[in-house]
Design a protein around this ligand. Structure first.
Ligand SMILES: Cc1cc2nc3c(=O)[nH]c(=O)nc-3n(C[C@H](O)[C@H](O)[C@H](O)COP(=O)(O)O)c2cc1C
Length: 224
């Protein structure tokens, strides 16, 4: 084995099994309350809250620790307006032409359409970019391993952190999203992964009445 620097595992905490159950049940109850919200309040959210949630996201594991993500945080009205206009144009194309009948059928219970006012109402938009490869200061390219898996994991932590803080999010994926590179000035080596809308829910916010699979329907245990 080659020489590489190590440190003692920092901050590991073991819990007695009963405490483990209690903590997990509490966590499960908390994440169960998370819903994707599509009606946002315009109430402001302090920038440091978003920054801390992003620090949490950045703790995600990533292929070879290359952290192949970049987050653009948009709080200004001018850029939000540009994003809304571009997203609505793509979404109109999608709903009117590109989406298959099967896809539209899957979306029907969610009641979504090409109108995206929340892109201007919500205090923050976080555009998540996946870096297909890294670029050193001298222009050389660094291969990234598993960037999709890694960015998905970071985004999951981000969504959970914001929920933990008492905020709501909408995972938005206008298709295609290339316009985000242009509006936000990101290089072609980065692929827009998704657009996270963040803020407080509107007072009259409603969500689709949907359900989750039961444990036996999405797991299998092997004991031998
Ligand atoms: C990758 C991904 C893309 C999504 N894209 C959209 C979207 O473009 N518009 C939208 O309204 N919801 C979108 N959603 C939200 C899902 O519809 C939502 O998570 C799902 O219906 C479950 O509802 P819940 O998040 O309230 O539990 C997306 C979710 C994911 C994970």
């Amino acid at each position: 084995m080659g020489e590489y620097p190590t440190i003692p595992l920092p901050g590991y905490q073991e819990y007695p099994i009963e405490e483990m159950r209690r903590r997990l049940n509490e966590f499960y109850a908390e994440v169960s309350r998370r819903r994707t919200v599509r009606q946002f309040s315009d109430r402001p959210v302090p920038r440091d809250i978003i920054e801390t949630a992003l620090e949490a996201a950045n703790t995600a594991p990533s292929g070879a620790n290359l952290q192949p993500w970049h987050f653009v945080i948009v709080g200004g009205p001018e850029t939000k307006k540009k994003i809304r206009e571009a997203a609505e144009a793509e979404e109109r194309e999608f709903y009117e032409h590109r989406a298959s009948a099967e896809w539209l059928e899957a979306l029907r219970p969610l009641g979504t359409d090409s109108n995206k006012p929340f892109l201007e109402t919500a205090p923050w938009l976080i555009a998540v970019f996946l870096q297909k490869f890294g670029e050193l200061a001298d222009g050389r390219k660094v291969k990234h391993y598993y960037p999709t898996e890694s960015t998905g994991l970071a985004t999951g932590i981000l969504i959970t952190a914001l929920h933990h803080a008492g905020l709501v999010t909408l995972t938005h994926t206008p298709s295609p999203m290339k316009f985000l590179n242009e509006i936000l000035g990101r290089p072609a080596s980065e692929r827009p992964f998704l657009l996270l809308v963040v803020g407080y829910p509107a007072e009259d916010a409603r969500v689709p009445d949907i359900s989750r699979k039961q444990l036996p329907d999405f797991t299998s245990f092997i004991d031998r």
